[in-house]
Design a protein around this ligand. Sequence first.
Ligand code: FES
Ligand SMILES: [Fe+2]
Length: 422
Amino acid sequence: MNSPKQGIDFDELIQSDRIHGSLYTDSEIYQAEIERIFHNGWVFVGHDSEIPEPGDWVRRTIGEQPVLMIRDEKGQVQVLMNRCTHRGNLLCTKKKGHNTNLRCPYHGWIFGTDGELLDTPEASGYGAGFEKQNFDIPKAHHVDSYRGFVFTCLGETELTLADHLGDAALMLDRVADMSPEGEIELSGGWLQHRFKSNWKMLPENDTDGYHVAATHQSFVMATTSQAPDYVGEGSLPQVRDWGNGHTEIDFSPGYRHFDRTFEWYGRLPEAKVPNYVEAMNQRYGEEEARRKLVNGPPHAIIFPNLFLAEMNIVFYFPVGPDECVQVYTPLFLKGAPEMNKRTIRQTEGAVGPAAFLLADDVTIAERTQIGLAAHGSDWLDLSRGMDREGVDEQGHPVSHLSDETANRAFWSHYKTVMDVTA
Ligand code: FES
Ligand SMILES: [Fe+2]
């Protein structure tokens, strides 16, 4: 079985301990994912701080659809289709901007920031039957945010954002609470990598703890990061299944064991960013601030397209069964300029084009895509750690850092979303 053609039997393709390789290559499966996961499910679209003023907008892609995340004149965040309702032209072409109204570059139709058609040049050419209100820009059915993270569902759904996030909302709390003002700012600009692999390799890899020692060997050897203390047979960090496809590598048990504050490339924050530590103490009190600095920011996937990558925020979108784009920015903490300066440098080291981590992961993803073209052994094994998995105090499955609990969690949720028998 290389490619299911008569309908898609997800029960067969996704088993508890293995998945079929065609899930990464089959174009029918890919199209179904675009429809069910990206166009009719909740996906991350951006952050409040990217569009602080009415008229601010950023260009994004949801699944394969170009959209705008825009703050309308009433201050509401809207997700509008980036397509003129006259003859389909792309309305906004830059990555971001600020406009009182949106003017289509083709024939000059003008829309409000909430998508309402306001004006058509040389309007006398349109007859009495032309109803302006029929030409407002279509918008997403749902837009909601949590701690400034904006999510959208383009189609109709009964699920609220709170339903979708479930207990994984705690991961977003943990990000925002790294700031002495309880807010983050994604104002550092976004870098983009386009590469030749299926999009699912990203959420799978990002909370796969097994690959760290081998794939990122050069990082582990060359830096004075604390990471080497936390990988290997006896390591304390855990992988966690938060439910709904949200997953985490929780490094904090290791950090707590050594009671060391998050070290940011080998130096204690008290030495490197004393003003930040002081601001955290002021806001949360010394004990709670220290707890936050020891636990550090999360390393977690919010299904399907958001990666809370410790001091970076990453999202991605597919552009075909074997191609996708990964987009990332430094995590800036409001009220912590000293820390943010440091984070820019750390971002260059971690996820920039010539950095240690992301370049490794992307290379492996591309090679995996190539490897999948070889047949004979068509299944990918996901059984690691199945017989030593446990649950945490809240009842979420957890296991050793190197176990495939997070991968199984991703695929189990994927199956519930995809396996809709029409
Ligand atoms: S396509 Fe936009 S005004 Fe004609
Ligand atoms: Fe990695």
